[in-house]
Design a protein around this ligand. Structure first.
Ligand SMILES: NC(=O)c1ccc[n+]([C@@H]2O[C@H](COP(=O)([O-])OP(=O)(O)OC[C@H]3O[C@@H](n4cnc5c(N)ncnc54)[C@H](OP(=O)(O)O)[C@@H]3O)[C@@H](O)[C@H]2O)c1
Length: 347
C-alpha cells in the first residue's frame, strides 16, 4: 500500500554529492518531512550532517554513511531520493520498488527520463535494466504535470538543461514554425558535472574560460525532443557550454513562428502557463534575465525579445542547476506526491 503520511519520512542516497547536499539542506528546513538515513556510495565516506552543506553548520541531523540497502529498507522511509549516477539509479530504483511497492522514489538522474529503452545504450551508454519502469515513471517537471499523481511510485526529476529549455518553450509550442530550427544555446556552471575529479573540470581549465561541449551528443537532447513532442528529424540544435562559475544555468533559445506575433500574445501564453506556478517568474516583454536572477534560488526566470517583426524570438531562461535543475525540483516533486503545499520547504 502507498502510504500518504502527513509527515513523510525521507531518505537520500547520494547525500555527499553536489545535488544531494543541496537536497539535504532543503529537506532539513522543510517543515513537512522527517529526515531519515542519508547515504554516500557503498565505499563512500562517513560525513557528519553539518558538513553535507554549508548552510547546515551548527545543526544536528543524521550523518551520511556508506550505502546499506538493507538498512535503508529497514528504516521504512516513505520516499527515497536518488541523487546518484545514472547507472546507479537505474539499478537501485527497481531494487527499492520491488522490495516495497508502497515506496516513492524520486530519481535525480537520467535513468528514467526517456520513455524508450532502446535510446539508453546510445545516449546513456548502458542497456536499461528495467524498461517497464520507463513507462511507469512520471516526468517530474512539476509545472507541467497534468492529472492526478496520487499513485505515482517513481518520479524522473528532469535534467537541468531540459528544465530551463522546456519551461521557456512549452508555452509557445503552438506558435512554432516546424520548418525552422529551435536552437538552444545553453550555459551551465561547473557544478552541473558533479564532484568529478577530471582535469577538464579543474579550476585552471575553467577559470576565465568558456567551453562548448557535447553538441549533438549530450543526453539531454533526446529528453528535450521527447518532452517537446519533436520528431527525431525535427530541426533542433542544443549546444551546452561550461561557464567559469560554480552554479547557475542560462539558456538562450532561438525560435521561429509560423506567423508574426505580438509581445502581448507571448506574455499571455506565459501567464496562462505559469500564473499558478509560484516558482516561475516571467519577465516583461523585451527584458531578459541574467544568471543572478535565479542563482541560489529555487526559481526559474524567463524573458523574451521578439525579432524580425515578430517572426522570431529569443527566449532566455535561467535557473540554478543545483536547485530548480535538481534539488528544489525534487522537493517540488515530493510536495506534489504527498499533497503538500507546492512551495513547502522552498519559500
Ligand atoms: N549537478 C547538477 O547540477 C545536477 C543537475 C541535475 C541532475 N543531476 C543528477 O543528479 C545526480 C547526482 O549528481 P551530482 O552532481 O550531485 O553528482 P556528484 O556530486 O558526483 O555526487 C554523486 C553522489 O552519488 C554517490 N554515489 C556514487 N556512486 C554510488 C553508488 N554506487 N551507490 C550509491 N551512491 C553512489 C556519491 O557518493 P560518494 O560521495 O561516496 O562518491 C555522491 O554522493 C546525477 O545523476 C546527475 O546527473 C545533477
Amino acid at each position: 500500500m502507498i502510504s500518504d503520511s502527513v509527515c513523510p519520512s525521507v531518505s537520500v542516497v547520494g547525500a555527499t554529492g553536489y545535488a544531494g547536499g543541496e537536497l539535504v539542506a532543503l529537506l532539513a528546513r522543510h517543515g513537512g518531512v522527517s529526515l531519515g538515513p542519508l547515504y554516500s556510495g557503498p565505499e563512500g565516506a562517513r560525513v557528519p550532517f553539518p558538513r553535507l552543506h554549508r548552510s547546515l553548520a551548527g545543526q544536528t541531523g543524521p550523518e551520511a554513511g556508506p550505502l546499506d540497502v538493507d538498512g535503508l529498507l529497514e528504516a521504512r522511509p516513505d520516499a527515497v531520493f536518488l541523487a546518484t549516477p545514472n547507472e546507479v539509479s537505474a539499478e537501485l530504483a527497481p531494487l527499492l520498488l520491488d522490495w516495497d511497492p508502497g515506496l516513492r522514489v524520486i530519481d535525480l538522474s537520467g535513468a528514467f527520463r526517456l520513455s524508450r529503452a532502446e535510446d539508453y545504450p546510445a545516449w546513456y551508454g548502458f542497456p536499461h535494466p528495467r524498461p517497464e519502469l520507463l513507462e511507469e515513471a512520471l516526468y517530474g517537471l512539476t509545472e507541467w504535470v497534468r492529472g492526478p499523481v496520487g499513485s505515482a511510485r517513481l518520479v524522473a526529476n528532469p535534467g537541468c538543461y531540459p528544465t530551463s529549455v522546456l519551461l521557456a518553450v512549452k508555452p509557445l509550442l503552438a506558435l512554432l514554425d516546424a520548418a525552422q530550427p529551435v536552437v538552444c544555446d545553453c550555459k551551465s556552471g561547473a557544478s552541473g558535472a558533479g564532484r568529478r575529479g577530471d582535469v577538464a573540470y579543474s579550476f585552471s581549465e575553467l577559470a576565465g574560460n568558456l567551453r562548448p561541449y557535447g553538441a549533438g551528443t549530450h543526453r539531454h537532447e533526446p529528453e528535450m525532443r521527447e518532452q517537446l513532442g519533436l520528431p527525431e528529424d525535427a530541426p533542433f540544435v542544443f549546444v551546452p557550454h561550461l561557464l567559469p562559475t560554480v552554479r547557475g544555468l542560462l539558456s538562450t533559445v532561438h525560435v521561429g513562428f509560423s506567423r508574426p506575433v505580438e509581445g502581448d500574445e507571448i506574455s499571455r501564453l506565459y501567464a496562462e502557463a505559469y500564473s499558478a506556478s509560484p516558482l516561475v517568474d516571467v519577465w516583461p516583454a523585451g527584458t531578459l534575465p541574467d544568471l543572478n536572477a535565479a542563482v541560489g534560488t529555487p526559481r526559474a526566470a524567463i524573458g523574451f525579445t521578439l525579432l524580425s517583426g515578430g517572426r522570431r524570438a529569443v527566449l532566455v531562461s535561467v535557473i540554478d542547476n543545483l536547485l530548480k535543475g535538481a534539488a528544489s525540483q525534487a522537493v517540488q516533486n515530493l510536495n506534489l506526491l504527498f499533497g503538500l503545499d507546492a512551495t513547502e520547504g522552498l519559500a
